[in-house]
Write a protein that binds this ligand. Structure first.
Ligand code: ATP
Length: 233
């Protein structure tokens, strides 16, 4: 079943036209990546889906046309955004950060379930946000949206700046989300990480979708090179 269907998505920062008609879709329970080099428009795509930038086109979420909706209304339909800067409140404890986002829909995880998924956060639940490592902050940023009842999670470069061993931990956490039925749209530049998780990769170039590679086709001749070219490697 299609959960999100995007057609002809354009986005703008003032006079600057950044997305030029993206088309892509996600089925319920899929994990799909947006892959592309810096400035290709990946973050802007997530922000456009969430209603945080000026946009036009069609964004059908659970068959509702959301392209003109405010972010709060989109959130209530179950879309959550984990931004690249993670947005952890330094003066609040781990548990206070976890409890901060409002519950927007039924079916969210309880605090106990979240701590079972992320045992590190349980150990550190009384620590302030500032005392967490980069990896723990990333876990907290992901964990925080699971309470809200959102079932579609937009994840922006969760591995940015993290050591390889921590990247593995984040990969495990994202795998668990998929196993629990969450649908994930993941922005990544780290193909080694993305290919551990994804069902499909959309290649983003200059504010457009330049192609799509299914996980099972990655081993076919030329496909990996195609992704490397898109990443500018
Ligand atoms: P990165 O990994 O560097 O974030 P990206 O693929 O996510 O790359 P975007 O951040 O979506 O790319 O940026 C797409 C284009 O929009 C770039 O040309 C960028 O300079 C421009 N842009 C991004 N944010 C703004 C803004 N607030 N105002 C004006 N232009 C912006």
């Amino acid at each position: 079943m299609t959960l999100l269907s995007v057609r002809g998505l354009h986005a703008f920062y003032g006079d600057s036209h950044v997305l030029h008609g993206l088309d892509f879709e996600l089925a319920r329970g899929e994990l799909v990546t947006l892959i592309g080099r810096n400035g290709a428009g990946k973050t802007t795509t997530l922000r456009a889906l969430m209603g945080l930038v000026q946009r036009r086109g069609s964004v059908l979420l659970k068959d509702a046309q959301t392209v003109a909706w405010a972010p709060e209304r989109i959130a209530r339909l179950g879309m959550a955004y984990v931004p690249e800067d993670r947005g952890i409140f330094a003066s609040l404890t781990v548990e206070e950060n976890l409890m901060l986002p409002p519950v927007v829909a039924a079916g969210g995880l309880t605090l106990a379930e979240i701590y079972r998924l992320f045992p590190n956060l349980l150990e550190r639940r009384r620590n302030p946000g500032t005392r967490l490592s980069g990896g723990e902050q990333q876990m907290l940023a992901i964990a925080r949206v699971l309470r809200t009842g959102a079932d579609l999670i937009l994840l922006d470069e969760p591995t940015e700046g993290l050591a390889p061993v921590v990247v593995q931990q984040i990969a495990q956490a994202v795998k668990l989300l998929k196993a629990r039925g969450f649908t994930v749209l993941l922005v990544e530049q780290n193909l080694a990480f993305a290919e551990l998780l994804a069902d499909r990769h959309y290649l983003v170039e200059d504010g457009r979708i330049a192609g799509c590679v299914a996980a099972q086709d990655l081993a076919r001749p030329g496909q990996r090179e195609r992704i490397h070219r898109c990443l500018g490697l």
